[in-house]
Write a protein that binds this ligand. Structure first.
Ligand SMILES: Cc1cc2nc3c(=O)[nH]c(=O)nc-3n(C[C@H](O)[C@H](O)[C@H](O)COP(=O)(O)O)c2cc1C
Length: 200
């Protein structure tokens, strides 16, 4: 009997023009370090603005972090089709504009098309939305994406792990996001519980 080879593990990473480009870059660095996952990278033009402004990085620094780099205009790319198997997609960070396009199924560039495909194929879509404060359109769009099966994951730092640096804060958030894809052993340590002496 003919056997089918196991599908390679693949993740689509998109960086859009919200502040926090470090999250997308750290995701790529972490996946490269862990190995075993083919990464497909998309960066919007506003995403590039923020990468250059916040991190002083250029294409020569960022492109080698991914296995495949797609142009946002290339709506005929492999990842524009549901027949191309992936484990899902992370938009890190996700602007309110990209959130709105995904919420309304616009598919107006390869980022929003790949997100649309991820949702229609019932694969995992994580949007690391970043804005503050939120207006009603933002909140409604987050609700719509959640209703469609997407995960809205604003990169809010945790303090219970007592981070000593921005790097530790970013790493903690990135580990939590990647753990949603169950790519291997958990990256973020399980919360051991806190003893509340007053409750005894
Ligand atoms: C320095 C800078 C910071 C920005 N930060 C945010 C942000 O935190 N959240 C957001 O929704 N948009 C932010 N924007 C605006 C988006 O970049 C803009 O709406 C853009 O059209 C988003 O397009 P994209 O989703 O295709 O990347 C920022 C823009 C700049 C230049």
């Amino acid at each position: 009997m003919e056997t089918r080879a196991a599908a390679p593990r693949r993740l689509i990473i998109a960086i859009t023009g919200a502040t926090g480009a470090i999250y997308g870059i750290r995701l790529l660095e972490t996946l490269r370090r862990l190995g075993g996952v083919e990464t497909h990278l998309l960066i919007s033009s506003a995403g590039w603005l923020n990468i250059q402004h916040e991190l002083q990085l250029g294409k020569e620094d960022v492109h080698p972090l991914a296995d495949v780099v797609h142009s946002v205009r290339d709506v005929g790319a492999s990842i524009a089709s549901g027949s191309f198997a992936t484990d899902g997609m992370i938009v890190a960070p996700c602007s309110m504009k990209t959130l709105a396009s995904v919420a309304h199924g616009l598919s107006d560039n390869l980022i929003t098309r790949a997100a649309d495909v991820t949702l229609k194929e019932r694969r995992r879509l994580v949007l690391m939305v970043r804005e503050t404060p939120f207006n009603l359109a933002h909140l409604r769009n987050m609700t719509a994406v959640t209703e469609m099966g997407g995960i809205v994951f604003p990169p809010l730092p945790a303090f219970y792990n007592q981070p000593a640096s921005i790097d530790e804060m970013v790493d903690h958030t990135v580990a939590r996001v990647l753990d949603l894809f169950a790519l291997g052993p958990a990256l973020s340590p399980a919360w051991p519980g806190l003893r509340d002496a007053s409750a005894e």
